[in-house]
Design a protein around this ligand. Structure first.
Ligand SMILES: *[C@@H]1O[C@H](CO)[C@@H](O)[C@H](O)[C@H]1NC(C)=O
Ligand SMILES: *[C@@H]1O[C@H](CO)[C@@H](O)[C@H](O)[C@H]1NC(C)=O
Ligand SMILES: *[C@@H]1O[C@H](CO)[C@@H](O)[C@H](O)[C@H]1NC(C)=O
Ligand SMILES: *[C@@H]1O[C@H](CO)[C@@H](O)[C@H](O)[C@H]1NC(C)=O
Length: 354
């Protein structure tokens, strides 16, 4: 994880202090004791907001949730998500979705919404990109508004701004994965993968704007995950387009789709690296979801998965044999492995609060 090292090394003094003096490795897996966790993003990390926005939608109903909950709970999976495993590893209860209006928010809140984009809807309208569930979408901009609202009405209600910032400095912020839908909706509405190159910088810009806003509010520990190798998702692999077969590379994935994700991830890492230099007291870590997924694909047979490029299609008998539950969302079993990778490679490298 070159990125993590580069950003953290600009905080070398603080880092080494932490390693020498503070109980950095006090918790089970060498993880810091964060006071709270705040998650922003899309369906990869939505623990139920979509269920309040669209109770009739797929993720709110079976077969979603069948493995873990026996009913749909607004998670786009058969069970737990990566963020659920991360939350558990950090010894916190599962994060309540913001729209649940839970009073138990001391441990953090989840603002992610399935289907959400980084870019605002106007960006897509101007480019003739429309999709049928766009009214459910809560772009990152809206999620940040919710966050400010939450600070005002709950976590920082009785605190001075400096006290609020101090409280947030002990929390973990995870911004993403987000950006997949910014590519997926246009691709579904007929844009080509090549055309998507022009979307990379605007999306990265939105992500970094969001990180800046979190920093302004007091965030000091921020993980920004990149995109998965989307060319390995059954969503695109099963696409019947004329080029679908010829686009496949040696691993059976769609090369140009993976290249798009790689190009985006590279641009994101470059932007985060700059942001880290601008904010030497803030720890901004890139979350390498791409490599996490690649590693899972590679190790899938040994881990008991069947063909890792095939999806369970929502109604297979044993979702734990598949990486993907529907056509794009990891199964609970896959999420468990992906989370373990991120915990080991990224979360364990965050220096602890003093
Ligand atoms: C949460 O609070 C808002 C604002 O008061 C309200 O509109 C909404 O219905 C509440 N949602 C739930 C699930 O209680
Ligand atoms: C969007 O569609 C309208 C109507 O078909 C067309 O006139 C316009 O040129 C299109 N704009 C772009 C950016 O493709
Ligand atoms: C939060 O409170 C401040 C001060 O009362 C106010 O200026 C701001 O508009 C509020 N923001 C939100 C999102 O409620
Ligand atoms: C069940 O799986 C089949 C393919 O195996 C698929 O065509 C169908 O849409 C799936 N049904 C549901 C409800 O997901």
């Amino acid at each position: 994880m070159a990125m993590a090292c580069r950003v953290v090394s600009s905080n070398l003094v603080i880092l080494s202090l932490c390693l020498l003096v503070l109980p950095c490795l006090s918790q089970g897996q060498g993880l810091c004791p964060f006071e709270a966790i705040y998650q922003f993003g899309d369906s990869i990390s939505d623990t139920g907001n979509i269920g309040f926005i669209n109770p009739m939608g797929p993720c709110s109903n079976l077969p979603y949730g069948k493995t873990q909950f026996g009913k749909g709970v607004g998670r786009c999976s058969d069970g737990l998500l990566m963020i659920d495993y991360i939350t558990q590893a950090l010894q916190h209860p599962l994060l309540p979705p913001y729209l649940q209006n839970s009073t138990e928010t001391n441990h953090g809140v989840n603002f992610a919404v399935a289907g959400s984009t980084d870019l605002d809807t106007d960006f897509f309208k101007e480019r003739n990109v429309t999709w049928k569930n766009s009214q459910n979408d809560r772009p990152i901009h809206d999620q940040l508004n919710w966050f400010r609202e939450h600070l005002n009405n709950s976590v920082c209600k009785t605190l001075m701004p400096t006290e609020c910032a101090r409280k947030l400095s002990k929390a973990l912020f995870i911004l993403g994965e987000i950006g997949f839908n910014d590519f997926n909706w246009p691709l579904k509405s007929g844009k080509t993968v090549t055309e998507m190159t022009a979307y990379i910088q605007p999306i990265v810009q939105k992500t970094t704007d969001a990180v800046r806003e979190l920093i302004r509010q007091g965030a000091v520990r921020i993980v920004v995950p990149g995109l998965f190798p989307m060319g390995c998702f059954p969503l695109y692999l099963n696409h019947k387009g004329p080029n679908a077969v010829t686009l496949k590379d040696a691993s059976g994935c769609l090369g140009p789709f993976n290249q798009l994700a790689k190009d985006y991830n590279k641009a994101l890492q470059d932007a985060l690296s700059l942001l880290g230099k601008e904010n030497p007291n803030v720890f901004i870590l890139y979350g390498d979801y791409y490599t996490a997924y690649e590693s899972l694909l590679r190790n899938a047979p040994g881990l008991g998965f069947d063909d890792p490029l095939k999806s369970c299609a929502g109604n297979c008998t044993n979702p734990s044999k598949y990486l993907i539950f529907d056509h794009v969302h990891p199964t609970q079993e896959a999420a468990k492995h992906l989370a373990a990778y991120v915990i080991k490679e990224t979360l364990s490298k965050i220096p602890c609060a003093q």
